[in-house]
Design a protein around this ligand. Structure first.
Ligand SMILES: *Cc1c(COP(=O)(O)O)cnc(C)c1O
Length: 371
């Protein structure tokens, strides 16, 4: 090894990177199965669609021509943006597609934040807003949930002159609670365009409530609003990594400057295009989620455990034991759930709705591990 006395990570790496706790992704299923000694794995940890992608998207995947893998995809997801804009009656330039909604979070933070700025979100929500802000060197102000809901007044109270973005997860992952249209509008009216408001609608297609707001329809009234959607949840394309944001043209024109071209692969673009047409797939998925939520709720009530469930395809359960221990014990029986200590909900787990077989496997495994 060549000796380099002047090489110093200490000097090269910013303090906010050194102090950032890296996220450790879970191992691939076959590795986990070896580790926990199970020969089957029910994945109830990531809110994936148990029905998979819509049939038309599956067909596109089967027919994808291998030669196309050698060709760069459309750099701005041209046809997908065109289709999305037709569907919503907007301009294609109001859409920005990314490598999952996760990537569009980074676009937004890069666009608006500079040294000394902060963002505001909840303490118990999808953690990527907080993480991206922090590893980019910005303060993330975390407002405690109130009764499992995003606390609108609490968030407004934390705004200062360096606040650039407020992130609202609607419905919230993991609690399922949502702001209705009146509440969201009041919040936006109070902000009066001074900050960017992001509404993350990753579970939009699962919500059947009358008063649930369609953020995209509110864009007309609020030029500082940005809406996130994804193909990972309802559309069953999590593995292809495709999500998008929608905003007013001026706002999206700024955000587009921060995108690295070609981050969205060609297969994902084609599959997403086909997935958008399939309303029947949405109906079938909603039916499954509704039925399995009812089944799971009834079973958990029988065990006298506390639950938190509202919209979305998941339920939280409070266990009379450590959630990380429960995770390991459930894994040994081939059931993967999300332990919630990382979401600041110690002793809680989050279970995604799966096939009836998977839900029965979960309940049976849970009964065996309860003290
Ligand atoms: C799953 C999820 C996302 C990220 O989705 P990708 O498109 O797969 O990156 C974003 N927000 C919330 C609330 C989610 O649950």
């Amino acid at each position: 090894m060549i000796i380099m006395p002047d090489f110093s990570l200490e000097r090269l790496v910013p303090e906010y990177i050194k102090t950032f706790e890296p996220y450790i992704p879970s191992k691939p299923d076959p590795e986990l199965m070896k580790l926990y000694g199970c020969n089957h794995l029910y994945r109830l940890n990531n809110n994936e669609n148990p029905l998979g992608p819509p049939p038309a998207a599956q067909e596109i995947l089967r027919r994808f021509k291998p030669y196309k893998a050698a060709i760069y995809p459309s750099g701005d997801s041209y046809y997908l943006r065109k289709k999305l804009s037709a569907k919503h009656g907007l301009n294609p330039d109001q859409f920005l597609v990314g490598n999952g909604a996760n990537e569009v979070i980074t676009f937004v933070i890069k666009t608006f934040c500079q040294e000394g700025d902060n963002i505001i979100t909840a303490d118990k929500t999808f953690a990527v807003y907080e993480w991206v802000a922090q590893f980019s060197g910005f303060e993330a102000r975390l407002v405690p949930l109130k009764n499992f809901y995003f606390d609108d007044q609490g968030m407004l109270d934390r705004i200062d002159e360096r606040t650039k973005i407020l992130f609202i997860c609607n419905p919230n992952n993991p609690t399922g609670t949502y702001w209705n249209e009146g509440k969201l509008r009041r919040f936006l009216n109070t902000i009066e365009g001074r900050q960017i408001v992001v509404v993350d609608e990753a579970y939009f297609e699962f919500v059947e409530k009358e008063d649930y707001p369609d953020g995209i329809k509110l864009l007309r009234d609020y030029p500082n609003l940005i809406v996130f959607r994804t193909f990972s949840k309802m559309y069953g394309l999590a593995g292809l990594r495709i999500g998008y944001l929608v905003g007013s043209e001026n706002v999206v024109d700024m955000i587009r400057r921060t995108c690295v071209v070609y981050s969205v692969n060609g297969v994902g673009q084609e599959a997403a295009l086909m997935a958008l047409d399939d309303d029947d797939h949405i109906r079938r998925t909603r039916n499954l989620v509704r039925a399995e939520k009812a089944f799971l709720k009834q079973e958990i009530d029988r065990l006298s455990l506390e639950t938190q469930m509202a919209e979305g395809c998941y339920m939280m359960i409070r266990l009379p034991m450590s959630d990380t221990l429960a995770y390991r014990k459930l894994m040994a029986q081939g059931v993967m759930i999300r332990s919630m200590t990382g979401f600041r909900f110690p002793n809680w787990i989050r279970v995604s709705m799966g096939t009836h077989e998977a839900m029965e496997a979960f309940i049976n495994a849970l009964k065996r591990i309860l003290p």
